[in-house]
Design a protein around this ligand. Structure first.
Ligand code: 3HC
Length: 295
């Protein structure tokens, strides 16, 4: 089985920074690529802060933190990922944006580099087909917050070389994660089930079944979920959820995946959730207050 030593991560947002963090913690030389120096520095700074917190909590030694940060570098150039053994993409959920990067990387990377996408809802095949190495493309789908959530969905397409899949599966294990094997269907396992649940919660709110707080409380206390659905929507990002809904609805043509009108209006207003300071809850004060919907 091919050995992974160096990892490239495309995107240093919520998911990309978490993925880069777990890679350097597991001992991989990791280079993160962002579109501008500003965004890159913000992302790298966030990883430094997370590792600093781990040291403060006594979960990691100062030397280990320094070693992990020593394995981390950043760039704005795709060509600097040319010598990576594995590249994991975690950019915006837009097939054209992702495929433009894959086409460039396909040109500059060695023939053995494995391409992996952290897509939430696109199919891996739709990216693999844009490259001349479809057999070397897999899905590696992580969950937010990446350093905490144990699961990685490892996805094989109808073209993935089984040895590439095995390498990706072992790589996920080497990060301390629990991988599962998934077929290349939109949403894989978790989002196939989770997205309709979140959309249904929004539809229940639209129908006036209960308030934001009570729907959240109901699902937390009634099922033991760590977060209610609206806290989770805000946590994932309502803009991201809306994009995922559009893609999954496009794939399956089933209403349960479609973004309800309220979600669309919230995205228009910039109520993206926790990262925007406002979503189904207003985070400008502690504790966060549910949004007044006037219904
Ligand atoms: N980044 C890193 N670490 C974090 C974190 C973050 N954003 N948020 C919390 N943590 C850490 C805390 O530091 C703490 O660590 P410690 O045990 O070492 O002190 C630990 O997680 C527990 O945190 P808290 O005690 O503050 O709070 P909770 O016990 O409520 O846990 C949670 C927080 C882990 C986020 C929990 O609420 C949870 O599991 N929520 C559900 C998350 C979920 O469903 N994620 C999947 C979203 S879907 C997705 O990602 C797929 C995509 O395709 C859409």
């Amino acid at each position: 089985m091919a050995q992974i030593r160096t990892v490239g991560v495309l995107g240093c947002g919520l998911m990309g920074s978490g993925i880069a963090q777990v890679c350097v913690q597991a001992g991989y030389e990791t280079v993160v690529r962002e579109i501008s120096d500003d965004v890159l520095q913000r992302g790298l700074g966030g990883i430094g802060k997370q590792l600093g917190r781990a040291v403060e909590k006594g979960k990691m030694g100062g030397e280990d933190r320094d070693a992990a940060l020593g394995r981390l570098s950043g760039t704005t150039e795709l060509s600097e990922l040319a010598s990576c053994d594995l590249i994991i993409e975690a950019v915006v959920e837009d097939l054209e944006v992702k495929n433009a990067m894959w086409r460039t990387l396909d040109e500059v990377c060695g023939a053995n580099t494995i391409f992996a996408s952290n897509t939430s809802s696109l199919t891996i095949a739709d990216m693999a087909a844009a490259t001349r190495r479809p057999e070397r493309m897999v899905g590696l789908h992580f969950f937010n917050p990446v350093p905490v959530m144990k699961l990685v969905e490892v996805v094989k397409t109808i073209a993935t070389d089984p040895r590439v899949f095995d390498t990706a599966f072992e790589f996920a294990k080497s990060l301390g994660k629990e991988p599962i094997t998934c077929k290349d269907n939109s949403g894989f396992v978790v989002n196939l089930l989770l997205v309709p649940y979140m959309m249904d919660a929004i539809r229940a709110l639209e129908q006036g079944v209960a308030s934001i707080e009570d729907i959240d409380k109901g699902m937390r206390l009634g099922t033991g979920y760590p977060m209610g659905p609206f806290t989770l929507c805000d946590f994932v990002g309502n803009d991201t959820l809306d994009k995922i809904g559009d893609i999954m609805y496009g794939e399956y043509k089933e209403k349960r995946y479609a973004s309800p009108p309220l979600l669309k209006r919230m995205v228009s207003m910039g109520y993206y959730g926790r990262k925007a300071g406002k979503g189904f809850y207003d985070y400008s004060q502690e504790p966060a207050r549910p949004l007044e919907l006037g219904i």
